[in-house]
Ligand binder design. Structure first.
Ligand code: G1P
Length: 300
């Protein structure tokens, strides 16, 4: 039986062009969702899934990411002296639950290329990939990854990819997977027969969209090396997964259940939706936001 997975790679090198000017000098992964930057939710999800070594693929204008996940003794001391327990508790994410590693993708050569930069870090271990601009909202946000890692071990899979159902008119925005048969049951790995990145409208084989979380064996790196750039000159992770499937490797889709929802900050529409839902659900300030929105709704 394979060893427990302890390594995760978070690609966070994207340019965030769709979110300019917010992302002119700030990484999109650091945009706040409620009271925390989205990347902190991703890191906390990985920590809850016992992933102790986290490699973040950054790039130009992304240095604040390293500062955010570094402890700040001076700040902690000042808060302690001020007796500010609430804010101190909010900084608990800094308490050494994982080790962070960083590398930079200097040229925008795509998600697959960014992941390939993790090869030395991953070495010969199985590992998780969690996209840095997407979070999983659920009662237990780490549950999908934990179940996917278990399935990966039991099935000796090469890849397990989280998927979600999307409206058919949205399929062109995602990696879309194909499987034998109809809709898979949530929470159960189903063999993937094909995968295609952002299929042109009307050509998607299903409405099962890749949902920002993956578990891989290191065989993905060899597939990434063999993957040709797409029309935009980018190496797509989806295309490398496709090579694995066509080689006959065991690759599975894992459908999120309806109460496990993926949110992202990829564009303003999805960012606003994400922010509003998290602000509404905030345990400290949510009641104020709900009150405000109820009053505001009359004006709309
Ligand atoms: C990436 C992946 C795509 C996936 C999506 C959401 O696309 O390439 O396959 O469906 O994330 O997880 P992006 O949103 O970076 O264009």
């Amino acid at each position: 039986m394979a060893q427990q997975i302890t390594k995760a790679v978070i690609p966070a090198a994207g340019l965030g062009t769709r979110l300019l000017p917010s992302t002119k000098s700030q990484p999109k992964e650091m945009l706040p969702v409620g009271r925390k930057p989205i990347l902190q939710y991703v890191v906390e999800e990985l920590q809850a899934a016992a992933l102790r070594q986290i490699l973040i693929i950054t790039g130009r204008r992304k240095r604040v990411i390293e500062d955010h996940f570094d402890s700040d003794p001076q700040l902690v001391l000042a808060l302690e002296q001020a007796g500010n327990e609430t804010v101190l508790a909010d900084l608990a994410y800094l308490e050494g639950k994982s080790r962070f590693f960083y590398t930079r993708q200097s040229t925008p050569k795509g998600l697959g290329h960014a992941i390939s930069l993790g090869a030395d870090f991953v070495d010969s271990d199985d590992f998780v990939v969690a996209l840095g601009d997407s979070l999983i909202a659920a009662e237990d946000p780490a549950a999908p990854l934990q179940a996917m890692m278990d399935a990966h071990r039991q099935l000796r899979a090469t890849a397990i990819v989280a998927v979600e159902k999307v409206p058919s008119e949205e399929a062109f925005r995602y990696g879309i997977v194909n499987i034998d048969g109809e809709e898979p049951p949530p929470g159960e790995p189903v063999a993937m027969t094909d995968i295609v990145e952002k299929p042109p409208t009307g050509t998607a084989p299903t409405t099962l969209a890749v949902a920002a979380r993956y578990v891989f064996s290191p065989a993905i790196f060899e597939a990434l090396n063999r993957t040709l750039p797409d029309k935009r000159g980018e190496i797509q992770l989806t295309d490398a997964i496709r090579l694995l499937i066509h080689k006959g490797e065991p690759v599975y889709a894992w459908l999120l259940s309806p109460d496990q929802r993926r949110y992202d900050v990829g564009n303003f529409e999805s960012y606003f939706r994400t922010f509003i839902d998290f602000a509404l659900a905030d345990e400290r300030y949510g009641y104020l936001v709900r009150k405000y929105i109820k009053a505001k709704a009359y004006e709309l």
